[in-house]
Design a protein around this ligand. Structure first.
Ligand code: ACO
Ligand code: KIV
Ligand code: MG
Length: 515
């Protein structure tokens, strides 16, 4: 099994993400976490680029215990000297020197010739080697560089003493087959290539950064450069967590692995997301909120029976506590039953069917059904609002917003005799209109003593829970109703209280205990 070095560049290339700006303390916090994660190399910044980078690289170099710390440098003596000042206090310093090698960059950006680029690279490596035990050279835009020139410059910098050669896909242009072939070519044709390590550094412009990194490993790369959550310039860099977990899960295929503590991945991702203000999409592999969530019934059933049916990665492997089976409109009875058992309820088969139907109705109206929603449905079921002698069949309310305009409610209920009756009444407010109509339908004086409402969960699609206290036939009771709609919940609560009295089972707890 080959051991692949993980070179993290979250603090250098990651920080090149437009709009991203980490302060010194934040960089230090991330560096310590990267050290804990066990990355082999931390690229802490570009010391010559500005004073802030110099100080943060220096501080990180002094603080980090296990990882190698490196800093970026152009093929310029001043850059190399500055990098040395920043890195000299770390146990195992490395300098990372780069210059572009593609014709496009040489001609249009550097305004140099190939020979000048070659000479500058060799001279810089030679100079750096006098100061640093490990020198890495990057041929920027390697994947758009002719293989002949890439082979030539690589052989020359090896002769000058380089230890690691990085072949970046700077603009995210290459494909897995191409990059694999490029690494194989370099392994075969670069002089003394066996004395050094080859590295891959891929960008995600065409969404292939991770696939290209893995293909480079297949082609012979010994090191991959990547960032946490894939942050970085433009579309970002290859995502560290995706590469590391792909190697672990498919080590049978790659015959290679990293030495990272994978169970630190989730924490590292959270920290970088928080400190950089870059939100991780829910569907992001490994660290997205949905990476271990199963919502559709067939998947939930499979996972409940045997998690490997739909999970190739255990959540614990990457530091996620456990998988989740969120309930939604596509969920099935197996997962629903598991959830209600978790919530401490036991239901007979008939009751289960009825509550499951109520849950499905709710799930079609609400984006996500939370544990609190399920609890509310179950406690509504227990409180008998659906089993009562009066049952709400339909409710329609005309609401007007102008002052002095009364509201009208039209209600159909099924009576204890099984008859469906309809009535309409008005009120100063819509709840009062509903209650006046219900009172007429039931046909007895009913006194509303108290009315409370709260939302079960947050958000605009939250369930409403209404608790009422009313007196009917000289008996008083509390009643509770839960529904997506406030007026429907109000009607349920009212009928629930009446039903409790009719069935000789009034509830007299203080209303606060029910709210
Ligand atoms: C692929 C990558 O990610 S490379 C790293 C990119 N990161 C950054 O650029 C962030 C930090 N950069 C900076 O702070 C600044 O660009 C600095 C301090 C490095 C340079 O700033 P300035 O002197 O103002 O130059 P500016 O950025 O406008 O232009 C870059 C210059 O460096 C030259 N250059 C580019 N790469 C290299 C290199 N590897 N070695 C030597 N010179 C280089 C360019 O040709 C240009 O030279 P010119 O001024 O003679 O035309
Ligand atoms: C400096 C180099 C390694 C780089 O970031 C790139 O080419 O993308
Ligand atoms: Mg880059």
């Amino acid at each position: 099994m080959r051991e692949i070095d993980i070179f993290d560049t979250t603090l250098r290339d990651g920080e090149q993400q437009p709009g991203l700006n980490l302060n010194l303390d934040e960089k230090l916090e991330i560096a310590k976490q990267l050290d804990r994660l066990g990355v082999n190399i931390i690229e802490a910044g570009f010391p010559a680029s500005n004073e802030g980078d110099f100080h943060s690289v220096q501080k990180i170099a002094r603080a980090v215990k296990n990882s190698t710390v490196t800093g970026l440098s152009r093929v310029v003596k001043k850059d190399i000297d500055t990098a040395y000042e920043a890195l000299k206090d770390t146990a195992n310093p490395r300098i990372h020197i780069f210059i572009a090698t593609s014709d496009i960059h040489i001609k249009h950006k550097l305004l140099m010739t190939q020979q000048e680029v070659l000479d500058a690279a060799v001279e810089a490596v030679r100079y750096a080697k006098q100061k640093f035990p490990v020198v890495q050279f990057s041929a920027e835009d390697a994947c758009r560089t002719s293989w002949d020139f890439l082979t030539k410059i690589s052989s020359e910098v090896i002769r000058a003493g380089v230890d690691v050669i990085n072949l970046p896909d700077t603009v995210g242009y290459t494909t897995p087959n191409e990059i694999k072939a490029m690494f194989q070519h370099m392994k075969q044709h670069v002089h003394d290539v066996e004395k050094i390590k080859l590295s891959a550094h891929n960008h995600d412009d065409l969404g292939m950064a991770v696939a290209n990194s893995l293909a480079a490993i297949e082609g012979g790369a010994d090191q991959v450069e990547c960032t946490i959550n894939g942050i970085g310039e433009r579309a970002g860099n290859a995502s560290l967590e995706e590469i590391a977990v792909a190697l672990q899960i498919r080590k049978d295929y790659y015959a290679a692995n990293s030495t990272l503590k994978l169970n630190e991945l989730k924490r590292t991702s959270n920290l970088v997301s928080k400190l950089t203000g870059t939100i991780v999409p829910g569907n992001k592999a490994i660290v997205g909120a949905n990476a271990f969530a199963h919502e559709s019934g067939i998947h939930q059933d499979g996972v409940l029976k045997e998690s490997t049916t739909y999970e190739i990665i255990t959540p614990e492997l990457v530091g996620v506590e456990k998988n989740s089976l969120p309930l939604g409109k596509l969920s099935g009875k197996h997962a629903f039953k598991t959830k209600i058992t978790e919530l401490g309820f036991e239901l007979e088969e008939d009751d289960l069917k009825r509550v499951f139907k109520a849950f499905k109705d709710l799930a079609h109206k609400k984006k996500s059904v939370t544990d609190d929603d399920i609890f509310a449905l179950l406690t509504a079921e227990k409180s008998g609002s659906q089993n009562g002698m009066y049952e709400l069949k339909s409710l329609q309310v005309n609401v007007a917003t102008q002052e002095n305009v009364i509201q009208t409610a039209t209600v159909i209920v099924r009576t204890p005799d099984g008859e469906e009756i309809q009535e309409a009444a008005t009120g100063k407010g819509s709840v009062e209109a509903v209650y006046n109509t219900l009172s007429r339908l039931i046909g007895e004086p009913i006194q509303l003593e108290d009315y409370r409402i709260q939302s079960v969960t947050g958000g605009e699609d939250a369930l409403a829970e209404v608790v009422v206290h009313l007196t009917y036939n000289d008996e008083s009771s509390l009643g509770r109703g839960t529904a997506h709609d406030v007026l429907e919940a109000s009607a349920f609560a009212y009928l629930n209280a009446v039903n409790r009295i009719i069935s000789g089972n009034p509830t007299k707890e203080p209303i606060e205990e029910l709210v």
